[in-house]
Design a protein around this ligand. Structure first.
Ligand SMILES: [Ca+2]
Ligand SMILES: [Ca+2]
Length: 228
């Protein structure tokens, strides 16, 4: 006769082992990466395409509505997020440290190449976030679209780019002077600048030798029970 009180815990143990053998171990990871490249771009002939810029990678971005200077472009290194990872949430932090015209702003994402360029300023097909500038020098921490970053990870993108655009580019609309990272400019010197934070799960397979031993043990256990 089979002793039911003894077999129940054994079945639970076997079920757990089967689950362990068939699933990968997940490690939760949080990374914060700082700006690797930045640029302020503008549309000098008002044809709707960015075609001129201020200095590249100087730690400073100027974003406003219609005027000589318009959009901010910057990129982050994504290499710490390994392929196959699951992105749980993403947010960007930046510092407004200058002239501010209050109002709504839009953030667009693109797959970067490590260098912020004039052409990047036209990459506004993927809206990944929005926020409102208020008067004053403030820090902003904005939640970004998780699925966009999941797409970058799935495509093994090395960099993530962001374009900040005023919600009203046809008149002197909202915007601000932003520190993208600590720079030699007096405006941004000593600031923490901007960073991208990604919360993600790394799917990693257990050590093959450990997995093999556990599954062999499980098979042995099933075999010995069958023979009794
Ligand atoms: Ca143009
Ligand atoms: Ca680029």
């Amino acid at each position: 006769m089979i002793n039911k009180t003894r077999i129940a815990p054994l079945l639970t143990t076997i079920s757990s082992l089967i689950l362990l053998c068939s699933s990968a171990v997940v490690n939760a990871t949080l990374i914060t990466t700082v700006t690797s490249s930045d640029l302020t771009v503008s549309d000098s002939n008002s044809d709707g395409f960015m075609d001129s810029s201020l200095s590249a990678s100087d730690g400073f971005i100027r974003v406003f509505g219609s005027g000589t200077l318009q959009r901010g472009v910057w990129e982050y290194d994504l290499s710490a997020v390994t392929a196959g990872s699951t992105v749980n949430s993403t947010s960007v932090l930046f510092e407004d440290r200058g002239t501010t015209v209050a109002g709504d702003m839009l953030l667009y994402g693109f797959a970067g190449d490590g260098i912020a360029s004039i052409a990047d300023g036209d990459l506004t097909s993927s809206l990944i976030g929005s926020f409102t500038f208020v008067l004053g020098d403030l820090d902003y921490n904005i939640a970004l679209d998780t699925s966009f970053f999941q797409g970058l990870v799935d495509n093994n993108a090395s960099y993530a780019g962001i374009v900040m655009v005023s919600s009203n580019e046809s008149s002197f609309g909202p915007g601000a002077d932003i520190c993208s990272y600590d720079s030699t400019l007096s405006l941004c010197a000593g600031t923490t600048g901007s960073s991208l934070t990604i919360d993600f799960d790394v799917a990693s397979v257990p050590e093959p030798s450990v997995l093999a031993l556990m599954c062999l043990g499980l098979a042995g256990l099933g075999f010995s029970r069958k023979r009794k």
